[in-house]
Design a protein around this ligand. Structure first.
Ligand SMILES: [Zn+2]
Length: 347
């Protein structure tokens, strides 16, 4: 297995012009500058292709896709109070979804890689099949997971969403299937308002949607404990063949759009847990950028996440308290009680 990690990006991310919106061009510029200063951390840089229509249509209907294309053709549109399209947005969104798909292809394909990161705008996890929403046009991580299942023959994909907002789009897209285990840690109450603990999927998917809401002011102790004490044991039972992370960094203490208090080190610890889980299960780990609106914290935390992913053993959160210093959080205890009926093997 090749050990060189992959970084997927495309200059079209800079053409999704949202002006002074929090989800702005500067986010990608800051990430790129931070990574360039670190010589890209040894990652192989790959230019993300545009997603093929047939791959995108596994999640999004042709009417929704055409609505975004048409809005870009006429120079832009406001789709809802939060969500804007500019002339370059359709192309940017095609490459954002294409980056996530290419990430999965690289992780699962010939000469498989163990870890990778796809960093694009616009983000994706709020987009539902027939509608853009919450800064998101196409649900890139969902498109990538569907591709992994439909085209690459995977039977079990884990999507961990640690963006501070509920990944309602991903939640809905995989609501009734057990082919994706969707686990989301998010602040509630907060936009979009969904993602309560009782929303657990239905039919074959009952119990495979795991919503882990946390109250405002939750920080490292809650987020890290939920990854270590809920997501990790669930994954040991589920045995995913691929681990995808909806990697938003807006749970950070400095973020202007939410009220959580995760530190840089907290993101490093969550990444370490996911990396170790992937190693234990023999499953590659791919991160797809979602939110994160304090550009300095975003650039630092993307860098730390990529550094930790690639570290494979030595942890990159230097100096900060390690995992052992974080106790089992009461929210994790409550989640275990709630999930045991669906997951009998859960300790
Ligand atoms: Zn978010």
């Amino acid at each position: 297995m090749s050990s060189q990690p992959v970084y997927l990006s495309h200059p079209s991310s800079l053409d999704h012009d949202t002006g002074e919106h929090p989800e702005r061009v500067r986010r990608i510029e800051a990430i790129d500058a931070a990574l360039e200063a670190r010589d890209w951390l040894g990652y192989e840089r790959i230019s993300s292709p545009a997603v093929e229509p047939s791959v995108l249509q596994r999640v999004h209907g042709p009417e929704h896709i055409e609505r975004i294309a048409a809005a870009s053709r006429v120079g832009g549109a406001q789709l809802d109070p939060d969500t804007f399209v500019s002339a370059g947005s359709y192309t940017a969104a095609l490459h954002a979804a294409g980056g996530a798909v290419e990430l999965v292809r690289r992780l699962m394909g010939e000469g498989p890689r163990q870890v990778g990161f796809s960093a694009h705008r616009p983000p994706g996890h709020h987009a539902v099949p027939d509608r853009a929403m919450g800064f998101c046009l196409f649900n890139s991580i969902a498109v990538a997971a569907r591709h992994a299942i439909a085209e690459l023959g995977l039977e079990r994909v884990l999507i961990l969403d640690w963006d501070v907002h509920h990944g309602n789009g991903t939640n809905d897209i995989f609501w009734d299937t057990d082919e994706v285990l969707f686990a989301s840690i998010h602040q509630l109450p907060l936009y979009p308002g969904s993602g309560s603990a009782g929303e657990m999927g239905e039919g074959r998917g009952h119990g495979y949607t795991v919503n882990l809401p946390v109250p405002p002011r939750s920080g490292d102790e809650a987020f890290v404990s939920l990854v270590r004490d809920i997501v990790t044991p669930l994954a040991r039972i589920y045995r995913p063949q691929l681990l995808l992370v909806s990697a938003g960094f807006d749970a950070h203490a400095d973020d202007p759009l939410a009220d959580c208090t995760v530190s840089d080190a907290g993101f490093g610890l969550m990444t370490e847990l996911v990396r170790e889980l992937g190693a234990e299960l023999g499953a590659p780990v791919g991160c797809v950028l979602e939110g994160g609106y304090d550009v300095d914290a975003l650039a630092r935390c993307v860098t730390l996440t990529m550094e930790t992913l690639a570290a494979g053993g030595a942890s990159a959160h230097g100096g900060a308290p390690g995992l052992d210093a974080i106790p089992v959080h009461p929210l994790a205890t409550a989640a275990l009680d709630r999930l045991r009926p669906f997951w009998p093997g859960l300790a």
